[in-house]
Design a protein around this ligand. Structure first.
Ligand code: INI
Length: 156
């Protein structure tokens, strides 16, 4: 029997963090968590991390697709916050963002760490952005690196 598991460290990886400006006071913490996890745990060189700001979560899939198409990055970390209480079109923004990211990931076979918070309230978002429920930006970053290593191993 052979088993494939992914390591997290990817010292040579080039990573794009694509993040929404909407709710940026929360997203700033997701970016900090992602950069910390990429560099401290993933051993990614800080000069190989590019942070790309887009208007909102709805725009993240397009930027992800273009980033993947450019072949400049080995992995993408998508970060944003969609809060149900603040928008009538929560389901559209959250749903389209999520399915658009999956689509880009599958089309270009590039790992996309999904760090878009979808919460009922601002409090829940804060909890997931570096307070009592951890930092989803860091989790998404580590997942992207792990998938990058798994894909590499599968292809070998
Ligand atoms: N964008 C977000 O990232 N989070 C939200 O909660 C949100 N709300 O509440 O509407 C949001 N809307 C903007 C959207 O992502 C687009 O930028 C906008 O519709 C223009 O295309």
């Amino acid at each position: 029997m052979q088993t494939v598991t992914g390591k997290v460290a990817a010292p040579k990886a080039k990573v794009a963090i694509i993040v929404a400006r909407f709710n940026h006071f929360i997203n700033d913490n997701l970016v900090n968590g992602a950069v910390d996890a990429l560099t401290r745990i993933g051993q990614v060189d800080e000069k190989n991390i590019t942070v790309i700001w887009v208007p909102g979560a709805y725009e993240i899939p397009l930027a992800t697709k273009v980033a993947a198409q450019s072949k400049k990055y080995d992995a993408v970390v998508a970060l944003g916050t969609v809060i149900r209480g603040s928008t009538a079109h929560f389901d559209y923004v959250a749903g389209e963002s999520s399915s658009g990211l999956l689509n880009a990931s599958l089309e270009y076979a590039i790992p996309v760490g999904f760090g878009i918070l979808t919460t009922e309230s601002i409090e829940q978002a804060i909890e997931r952005a570096g307070t009592k429920a951890g930092n989803k930006g860091a989790e998404a970053a580590l997942t992207a690196l792990e998938m990058l290593n798994i894909i590499k191993t599968i292809k070998e």
